[in-house]
Write a protein that binds this ligand. Structure first.
Ligand code: NDP
Length: 486
């Protein structure tokens, strides 16, 4: 069993009071690691270490820091399989997904920000008698708090631009999935990243997370997680005037118009619904289909869902693994019961998957991909974030109705529209209140684009120049030409 430590000031160390927490593999229910149950003193130690490192790290040029990002990308790439296996074990996700998304995209995050920064030039604004130069400096020490669904991918999405812009970091991964954050810390240590630039403090959200929010020495918080926690983050950090980026929950619609290419739409809707067991904030958990094609779409959709192979996450052929924990399994099951109580019909799934792998006791947290129809688009199941392998299916009779249904949500993170008419799709997309809309695709990401949500899905944008802006402060330096009259 692994004994994970905090990484503070370049040293791997236990929590100051020695307390630990257990980390489980949700597919087997085995305890695979212990992690420090850190408290406010551990966080303060990390903040002090980050402060000591700030001036030297912030004084490097952006190009020098971009070289660091490339070195980190190269080192992580060498550990690709190790990262994928660790992430799969810690989350219960299939190894193929962990390789394709978690391990690969974590490397890409570092590589992308390194390359992107080299394409940027200093912003200037010329006047008749003066020149304005926009100078960027680091925010200082920033707190990075991340969830369990894409652990290293989401952490690296923040670490890369934070380092690039000259900040020092105190990071807290979800205590449910701490292992790949530890691999990142080991990698930075092996690369001799200056001590204190990156600090990792493990533990519980209300203890370590809250201490990060409250630490006066932390000047910015980039948080990805649930909307309820986001409210706590905003409530705590906003009165201290910390810079805040909040990437929160979603209840995204997959909208299939009458003229959609059905094969494409069915494949896309299944992928959007059940990738990572539906535990991606961008997952399409409400499927809205034009009633003219609903019968054919539903038949093909259910066939495709039934072909998903669920089971041992470490097998190459497995498409869906477990959900994140037995508690989360019960939460999703409670929504299936609610769906029935709200008058819905389970078209497929709805029960635990007793895969050969989990054995007769069904110890792993496996749930069959579940599709519920017959619910109102205003029902709780169709409006609350479930974040698991359960989707609801609804029909509409006109584009106007589809837009009303899609927008009937407190969330506004993402969505997808399926139509052969690209102009129609693009136009339709402008009417949906979300941060991201895909037309005829899903999770197709260009890292230069703005990423984030509206309504209760978050505040601010990350990605490309938006990340660079979040992780820096700008000073406008106006230089007057001495030869020009006042
Ligand atoms: P949580 O909000 O429960 O946790 C997110 C992080 O916040 C964890 O590290 C958690 O620690 C920590 N945390 C909990 N309480 C506090 C606190 N009081 N102060 C500071 N930090 C705290 O989310 P989940 O981990 O359950 O992740 C799932 C959620 O994340 C879903 O709602 C999903 O939609 C959202 N998400 C959003 C994304 C986006 O980009 N918009 C992307 C991915 C997920 P601990 O785990 O130890 O409790």
């Amino acid at each position: 069993m692994l004994e994970i430590k905090n990484y503070i000031g370049g040293v791997f160390q236990a929590a100051l009071d020695g307390e630990t927490l257990e980390d489980y593999n949700p597919a087997t229910a085995e305890c695979i690691a212990t992690i420090p149950r850190s408290k406010v003193n551990d966080v303060q130690m990390a903040v002090d270490a980050a402060h000591s490192a700030q001036s030297e790290w912030g004084a490097l040029s952006m190009l020098e820091r971009a070289d660091w990002l490339d070195r980190i990308a190269d080192a992580l790439e060498k550990k690709h399989e190790h990262i994928a296996q660790t992430e799969s074990m810690d989350t219960g996700k299939p190894i193929s997904l962990a390789r394709r998304v978690d391990a690969s995209r974590s490397v890409s995050n570092f590589r992308f920000f390194a390359g992107f920064s080299r394409e940027q030039s200093e912003m200037t604004f010329e006047m008749a008698d003066a020149m304005n130069y926009v100078h960027r400096s680091p925010v200082g020490t920033v707190g990075l708090i991340t969830p369990w669904n894409l652990p290293l991918y989401l952490l690296s999405w923040k670490v890369a631009p934070a380092l690039l812009m000259g900040n020092t970091i105190v990071a807290k991964p979800s205590e449910i999935t701490p292992l790949t954050a530890n691999i990142l810390a080991e990698t930075l240590h092996e690369l001799d990243l200056p001590s204190g630039v990156f600090n990792l403090v493990h533990g519980l959200g209300p203890e370590v997370g809250q201490s990060i929010l409250e630490a006066p020495g932390i000047k910015g918080i980039s948080f990805t997680g649930g909307t309820a926690t986001g409210r706590i983050v905003a409530r705590t950090a906003a009165p201290m005037f910390k810079k805040l980026s909040l990437e929160l929950g979603g209840k995204n619609a997959t909208i299939v118009l009458k003229d959609a290419d059905l094969s494409l739409a069915v494949d896309g809707a299944v992928r959007a619904a059940f990738t990572n067991s539906g535990q991606v904030c961008l997952c399409g958990s409400r499927i809205l289909v034009d009633s003219a094609i609903a019968e054919e779409f539903t038949k093909r959709f259910i066939e495709k869902v039934n072909s998903i192979s669920i089971g041992n996450p470490s097998l190459d052929e497995t498409v869906m693994g477990s959900v994140i924990s037995p508690e989360h399994l019960e939460k999703v099951e409670s929504y299936i019961e609610l769906g029935l109580a709200e008058g819905g019909t389970v078209l497929t799934g709805g029960t635990r998957a007793m895969t050969g792998f989990t054995g007769p006791d069904g110890v792993g947290a496996f749930l069959r991909p579940t599709v519920v129809s017959g619910l109102s688009y205003t029902s709780r199941c169709a409006t609350e974030e479930i974040f698991g392998p359960m989707v609801t299916l609804h029909t509409f009779d006109s584009e106007e109705e589809a837009i009303v249904m899609a927008n009937h949500s407190e969330y506004g993170l993402a969505g997808s529209v399926w139509t052969k008419d690209l102009e129609r799709g693009r136009n339709f997309a402008t009417k949906i209140d979300t941060g991201i809309v895909w037309v005829n695709t899903w999770l197709h990401r260009d890292l230069r684009t703005p990423f984030g949500g509206v309504k209760n899905s978050g505040v601010g944008r990350e990605g490309g120049k938006w990340s660079m802006e979040f992780f820096s402060e700008m000073t406008n330096i106006c230089v007057k030409n001495p030869d020009s009259p006042e």
